[in-house]
Design a protein around this ligand. Sequence first.
Ligand SMILES: [Zn+2]
Length: 672
Amino acid sequence: MYKRKISALISLLAIVVLFSSCGKTSPSQTGTSDTSSTADTKTVRLQDDFYEHVNQEWLKGTTLGDDVEAISAFTEIDEKITTTLQNDFDKMLAGSLEPTTQGTTQFLDFYQMMLDVDKRNKDGAAPLLTYLEKVENISSLEDLSNVIGEFTISGMPLPMNISIIIDMKNSEKNLLVLDSPSILLPDKSYYEEGNQEGQKKIKEYEKSYSRLLTTIGKTEDEAAAMVKNYFKIDKLIAQSTKSGEEASDLAGYYNPYAISDVNSTIKTIDFSKAMEEIIGEVPETIIVANPKFLENMHLIINEENLQSVKDWMYIDFASQSSDYLSEEIAKAESDEAAADNADDYDKEIKRKAYENASELFQEAIGVYYGQTYLGEEAKKDVTQMTENMISLYAERLKEVDWLSEKTKENAIKKLDTMVVQIGYPDHLPAYYDHLSIDTEKSAFDNMMAIQKAVNQSQFSVYSEGPNRKEWTTHAHEVNAAYDPQANSICFPAAILQDPFYHVEHSRSKNYGGIGAVIGHELSHAFDTNGAKFDEKGNLHNWWTKEDYEAFEKKAQTVIDQFDGIEFSGGKVNGKLTVSENIADSSGLSIALGALKKEKEPNLEEFFTNWAAIWRKKISPETSQELLLVDPHSPSKLRANIQLTNLEDFHTTFGIKEGDGMYLAPEERTSVW
Ligand SMILES: [Zn+2]
């Protein structure tokens, strides 16, 4: 079951686009619940299904365990990294390894507290109840208005979300942004009448939340009433949140409002005091990420709903923070079966303590990981590959026959000024200088103090403007990113390993892996979202009218190619996935082009590794969720469909009419 995470670091709304959906799922090699693969004992011809052919051994040998949503090349690396890091930090606690990097000592202090289960058990629910009292004490809409500032800074739940965003039209400036809070179910459609999967999930959550509430002191009746109120509010919020498709349009977040208009639209809440508390001034303008939510806020937050809103906040907070409390409370919510033997149980407790502690120290852990495990040679090599690809991209842009010279110049300017981040950042965010762990207090109180320090630090730079040097991806995260507002690409240390990259692998194999990833991120500068931002990261039209129309026509062919494809009981939404599909298509093509400039390119190796990076087993339920909200297409389709668009793929493997992987030349699509 999806577990709500604590909201540390939420105060920076980054509109960064990631390489892969980041649903972190812990892999396991046991259990029998997987039904997602079509591979069986007979050999799949590569000409019919390249993905299944390349990955058939892996698909046969990999089974999803109970409660495991997905296993992929991404989660396998993630699991390996987590185990390595946890071992290292355990050794540091035992004194056999020296903590070498900044931030490690603070992390170890907190990790130690999380490992002290006896103390957490002794502290019980008391630390949480102190905070929940603040929610219970709200007795009017005015009271609610009065706590918005404090709750936002402390990372406590509110029926709205206030954070900082870089001004999309002036990337030297910050703005505050008001958005709807995230809802519990994967997508708003799960709350619609007759949605059976939604009903099933609500029933499960009702049970787990009731258990959680009775464990922290509510009676059965009180708990039942509170849970009912919780879903009443969450459903109301859901009705005003964006659909996956709406959320995938980055420019759609840019809706500047005068603060006076915000207050008069909401009617029931006054934000001015909160703004003053959060950033020390009442700004003239704020960004409303979702105007529909603003219009409907008075239907959610009003006198009649006040108790329900409080119950929503109460449960949301208790649920987010249960992992930092006693074993009994954490278990009441998760209802996970206890491990069979004492050794496994001990291991599980330690892993959970590590994961929950590390959640708050991502930057420090990333820098440690990068400094310790990324070799200089790998960093140099990937930097070289990136440079090759950027210059090839510029060459290709010059040759594009459907763009005017003026638009080409502007596009090349974006490439020339792009910031490239590879490996890990060379410094930690400033708040690490002030983080200290108070071992006299509870783990929970420390978690809250850390959240507050992080949020305060984010909001304190409001008037200074954005720090463009900050990394938006952590070095130990298996992902990659393009940030349209910084015009930067990022390849963290974690993804610079097998199967994506290895110093000892051939260039052919590496270009089919990390090369295609690099090409993908570069191409985000020119996908349907990226095309709207200029080289400085501003929402600004740098196209001629004719050129943009030609671009949109090409993008439409990509929408049409994916739209409506049936997959795992659902259908691909062409519009939701268009920007990622364009990035995949041009990324693969640019990586192939860069490889062909090398000595002795081996296209078989290139295409085979491309298909290998997409190996994935996923439960049908999770797959259906992702079809609604994930801007990335399902992995198998990312692998196969882009190949069918390439002539080189057809010739390399002798794909002919009648083969499953064949696509007639006139049906092939490409944008760049
Ligand atoms: Zn992407």
